[in-house]
Design a protein around this ligand. Structure first.
Ligand SMILES: [Zn+2]
Length: 294
């Protein structure tokens, strides 16, 4: 009955539907209260809508693992470092453009940082809603306001479905692509991760102080991929090293043999790199960089 009604109400998205906890809950509630027929259909609509807009997050995959899974299949253009950071030239491989020349987006007189974006029409409405949810999440915890671009905008993020998930670090000027491939990148945490790059942030494991918190085991890293663990003068903004950052890669990132490429210090068993969305430190760092509270 449940799925049949779902199919009837939202036929176009039926193939991707899954029975979620929320839906089960609303049916239990229905059975309990024995509401009117109308009440039942309202709940059914809500339930099916939730289905259609649910992100099908592969079980137990962190943002870092999702990125690795999405990005290992391609020879990317532009060149990517650290798995998902686009660089315009070889010279920028070891430099953080944000510390060398500034990369912040401008702040307006009302204290907000408005960042224009344009989502290309590669995406379905369901996929667009995942992207929009990621963009809008910043409104709830910072002064960053992503807004649709206008023809008069000089700098903007162009969100496209190219090969894999990637972004440049910081504002580069003009049109700036953020790639969120339809296959593999459309998850809330992945969208937040790429937007944080565009806002000026690097990966946690490249922090200048990372050797106090992570031991990098280069002998387990795929040959030629060692540069992904170079340290950078990152924008830490006084925040502590955060194993739970959405920018922290997982234990076996870039591993050639399944063995760890990073081990936490001093307790090697501490879990890390498992974030599915921005952590409190990610938010604090963002608010400090953009002086959201001043
Ligand atoms: Zn990244």
């Amino acid at each position: 009955m449940t799925l049949l009604t779902c199919r009837f109400v939202f036929p176009s998205c039926f193939p991707s539907l899954r029975l979620t906890g929320r839906c089960v809950q609303s049916f239990l509630l229905y059975q309990h209260t024995q509401n009117s027929e109308v009440g039942f259909y309202i709940k059914m609509m809500f339930c099916c809508y939730s289905f259609c807009h649910a992100e099908e997050i592969p079980e137990d995959l962190s943002v870092s693992e999702l990125l690795e899974r999405a990005n290992t299949r391609f020879d990317n253009e532009p060149e990517l470092i650290e798995g998902d950071i686009a660089i315009p030239s070889e010279a920028e491989k070891n430099a953080d453009p944000c510390t060398s020349r500034g990369c912040k987006w401008g702040k307006y007189t009302d204290g907000k940082v408005y960042i224009p974006y344009y989502i290309t029409n590669h995406f379905s409405s369901r996929e667009k809603s995942i992207i929009t949810r990621g963009l809008e999440s910043f409104t709830s915890f910072s002064c960053i306001r992503f807004r649709p671009s206008r023809s008069s905008d000089r700098d903007w993020l162009q969100i496209e479905s190219q090969n894999g998930c990637w972004s440049y670090v910081g504002r580069r000027g003009g049109k700036q692509v953020v790639s969120l491939a339809r296959s593999g990148c459309l998850y809330h945490g992945t969208v937040q991760h790429e937007l944080l790059h565009a806002l000026g942030f690097n990966h946690e494991q490249t922090r200048s102080d990372r050797d106090n918190h992570i031991r990098v085991l280069l002998h387990n890293v795929v040959s030629g991929m060692e540069h992904n663990f170079n340290k950078i003068a990152t924008l830490n903004q006084g925040t502590p090293y955060d194993y739970n950052s959405v920018m922290q890669y997982h234990r076996t990132a870039f591993s050639k043999n399944g063995q760890p490429t990073m081990v936490p210090i001093p307790n090697a068993n501490v879990s890390f790199g498992t974030a599915r969305e921005m952590s409190r430190n990610d938010i604090a760092r963002l608010n400090t960089l953009y002086k959201c509270c001043e």
